[in-house]
Design a binder for this molecule. Structure first.
Ligand SMILES: Nc1ncnc2c1ncn2[C@@H]1O[C@H](COP(=O)(O)OP(=O)(O)O)[C@@H](O)[C@H]1O
Ligand SMILES: [Mg+2]
Length: 234
């Protein structure tokens, strides 16, 4: 049984349907990437898993439990964290306040979780009192990931973690994601940096116009001539 199972999902916003019969699985410990053109519905798929869209059909199960109609707060409690593509930190709060907000759902924030995030991202420890909005894009992205890790999720959803980062920071970000995955956290990631993402992940999905187009091991998708021509720029 997979950790996450999305079956024949139809979802969108109000009456506007974006996803059409989308299937998606993530096994325990697996690192899965979704790639595809702009507007394909990648972010919508992530939001749908996290209870942030309107569902018109199909199902989402996590750890064997149906979460199709759960709200994000219930979903977080079940062990799933989500880093949105945009506006994923509170700019006027300090780094540490942001991290504590990540665990607001708990009665008290476990200091072990805070230490673990600081060990993973030493720059956040150095800057714990700095306002998040005054940090660089890369540091804010690390903070957003740190915040999502405060609840020690089983599955981490990452929407375009490398967007807007300088090239050397892109590699550092992907290294961090590998490290997080190596500790046993499953990853479902959307990336526009498709080749790098497919090289790094275990398995990938190509989504286009709200539908599944290809699914295979990341390396197999990279080697597939049709995928390369249609989606990876040759
Ligand atoms: N909040 C929203 N309300 C209405 N339509 C939306 C909303 N967010 C995204 N869309 C539409 O859904 C489609 C898919 O968008 P999105 O999932 O963001 O694509 P991707 O992440 O693959 O670039 C686009 O046509 C977009 O305009
Ligand atoms: Mg998107």
């Amino acid at each position: 049984m997979s950790l996450l199972t999305v079956e024949e999902l139809d979802a969108g916003y109000g009456d506007l349907q974006i996803l059409d019969d989308v299937d998606l699985t993530v096994d325990a410990g697996e690192y899965v990437t979704i790639v595809g053109p702009n507007g394909a519905g990648k972010s919508t798929a992530m939001k749908s898993v996290f209870g942030l869209t309107d569902h018109m059909g199909g199902s989402v199960r996590f750890d064997g439990v149906d979460i199709t109609d759960d709200n994000p707060e219930d979903i977080i409690r079940k062990g799933l964290s989500y880093v949105p593509q945009n506006e994923n930190v509170f700019p006027s709060l300090s780094v540490e306040e942001n991290l504590r907000m990540g665990a607001y759902i708990l009665d008290s924030v476990p200091s072990s979780a805070l230490d673990a995030v600081y060990d993973r991202f030493p720059i956040l420890r150095e800057r714990r009192d700095q306002r998040a909005g005054t940090m660089s894009g890369g540091q804010q992205q690390m903070l957003a990931m740190g915040r999502a890790l405060m609840l020690e999720p089983e599955l981490l959803l990452l929407d375009e973690p490398s967007a807007g980062l300088a090239p050397d920071l892109v590699d550092e970000m992907f290294d961090k994601i590998d490290e997080i995955n190596a500790t046993g956290t499953s990853i479902l990631m959307v990336e526009q940096n498709a080749k790098t993402a497919l090289r790094r992940c275990d398995r990938g999905y190509v989504l286009a116009q709200g539908q599944n187009r290809y699914v295979d091991e990341g390396d197999a998708l990279l080697d597939d001539e049709d995928v390369r021509r249609e989606f990876l720029g040759g």
